[in-house]
Design a protein around this ligand. Structure first.
Ligand SMILES: Cc1cc2nc3c(=O)[nH]c(=O)nc-3n(C[C@H](O)[C@H](O)[C@H](O)COP(=O)(O)OP(=O)(O)OC[C@H]3O[C@@H](n4cnc5c(N)ncnc54)[C@H](O)[C@@H]3O)c2cc1C
Length: 382
């Protein structure tokens, strides 16, 4: 982008090289096997991006939403599944700890998460509470000795199976807003990981359940004040939505690149298919839509970094980009004919992967609710 700083351009170049070397060649294998690319995750630590938004004193690089989105775009272009796991680690776990935890908690947990020794996840959703995240029912009951007992199940948790550290939202009171967060360590008695969830896309990103059966947790694991987590939750959702849209941008760009290449190679009726006007229209439209996505996304991430945080800004990019990327991926499959529908090309995987971005971090319908509520908040019944 013309308005990227020199630092952002360097980050883009380094991440592009890394993704083409460490992610793209293995994306199909991990999708097929439904396995996690541990080797790439470790190398992301060497690249320095696991703590992209965390303070340098804990090993992070202290950058903002634009930098994190650049990483998501470049990684997403190569392997969206590995990128989703990266997002859960760096944005849902590390960034939440960075922004909301005490100095002691940050010093205890961030260095190992940033060095890649530990993998992180975030547990908000539950079997019965997804879009209605504030309604969650996993309970943290305060005991007389000051400890908490947690019971309940978290569902759809990215990285669950491999996570050493889980950032978990619980209910600590009867009012809807009485939510509190705990940092839970793997191996805590009463805490276990449930069955893995098999998915249509993002298959290289492990998804599972976090199960709490009277797990006794020290009050030192509580993040911030009891009952204050709703503010943390809402604040982190903005950067989560901007960065997940970055994965969709990467997918859209990968589709455009693949279509341009194929249109110049594939011949029918004795001509390159790129010489047919219907194919030209498809490519011209998908490339234009991708540029629109890029401008919208990075102007929003820049505004976010400058503290300009309109209530529905992140929801708008989260609504627009994944939807457009699904359409682009479907068009790219169409342009490739039968080959597009086959596993010989990565397009069907990209379409399956991108569909998640219309659901995770809030569905399209929930984004519409947020945007409409904001626009119509002044509307009064006469
Ligand atoms: C692969 C994957 C990874 C995920 N990773 C994580 C993670 O790491 N951590 C985490 O906490 N969660 C995670 N999630 C959960 C994700 O955020 C939820 O799936 C999502 O918020 C939707 O919740 P739900 O699946 O319960 O659907 P529901 O909320 O049950 O929605 C069902 C349908 O109803 C619609 N709907 C709901 N309410 C309304 C309304 N008021 N008006 C109109 N329509 C409505 C929805 O849009 C949807 O179409 C993940 C999900 C997936 C699939």
């Amino acid at each position: 982008m013309w308005f990227f700083t020199e630092e952002e351009k360097d980050l883009q170049r380094v991440c592009r090289d890394f993704a083409q070397k460490e992610l793209a060649p293995f994306a199909e294998k991990h999708d097929y096997e439904e396995s996690f690319n541990f080797s790439a995750f470790k190398k992301m630590a060497e690249l320095g991006v696991l703590g992209i938004t965390a303070d340098p004193q804990y090993g992070g690089i202290g950058l903002g939403a634009t930098a994190a989105t650049i990483v998501m775009e470049e990684f997403g272009k190569a392997c969206a599944g590995s990128t989703l796991s990266y997002l859960a680690h760096s944005i849902l776990c590390v960034n939440n700890i960075q922004n909301n935890a005490s100095e002691e908690q940050k010093a205890k947990y961030l260095p190992k998460l940033i060095s890649g020794d530990h993998i992180g996840c975030m547990g908000m959703s539950e079997p019965e509470y997804g879009s209605d995240a504030v309604g969650i029912q996993t309970k943290a009951q305060k005991n007389n000795d000051g400890t908490y007992t947690i019971s309940g199940t978290k569902m759809w948790i990215t990285n669950a199976q491999y996570a050493d550290i889980a950032y978990v939202y619980t209910r600590t009171g009867s009012e809807r807003k009485n939510l509190s967060t705990f940092i839970i360590e793997k191996g805590t008695p009463g805490f276990s990981v449930g069955k893995p969830i098999h998915k249509m896309g993002m298959r290289s990103s492990p998804t599972g359940e976090l199960v709490f059966e009277n797990a006794k947790i020290s009050s030192s694991q509580l993040v911030g004040q009891e009952g204050q987590s709703i503010y943390h939750m809402m604040k982190n959702l903005d950067i989560e939505r901007i960065t997940i849209a970055g994965i969709s941008l990467g997918i859209a760009q990968a589709c455009v690149d693949q279509c341009v290449k194929y249109a110049q190679e594939r011949k029918q009726f004795g001509k390159h298919i790129g010489s047919f006007q219907l194919i030209q229209k498809m490519i011209a439209e998908m490339a234009t839509e991708t540029e629109m996505m890029r401008s919208f996304l990075y102007s929003t991430s820049k505004a976010f970094d400058q503290g300009i945080r309109g209530p529905s800004m992140a929801a708008q990019v989260k609504l627009a980009l994944p939807k457009m990327a699904t359409k682009i991926a479907l068009d790219a499959i169409q342009l490739h004919g039968g080959y597009g529908y086959s596993r010989e090309f990565p397009l069907e995987r990209m379409m399956r992967d991108n569909k998640l971005n219309e659901i995770g971090a809030g569905t399209n319908e929930v984004m519409i609710m947020i945007i409409a509520k904001n626009l119509l908040s002044e509307l009064k019944e006469s």
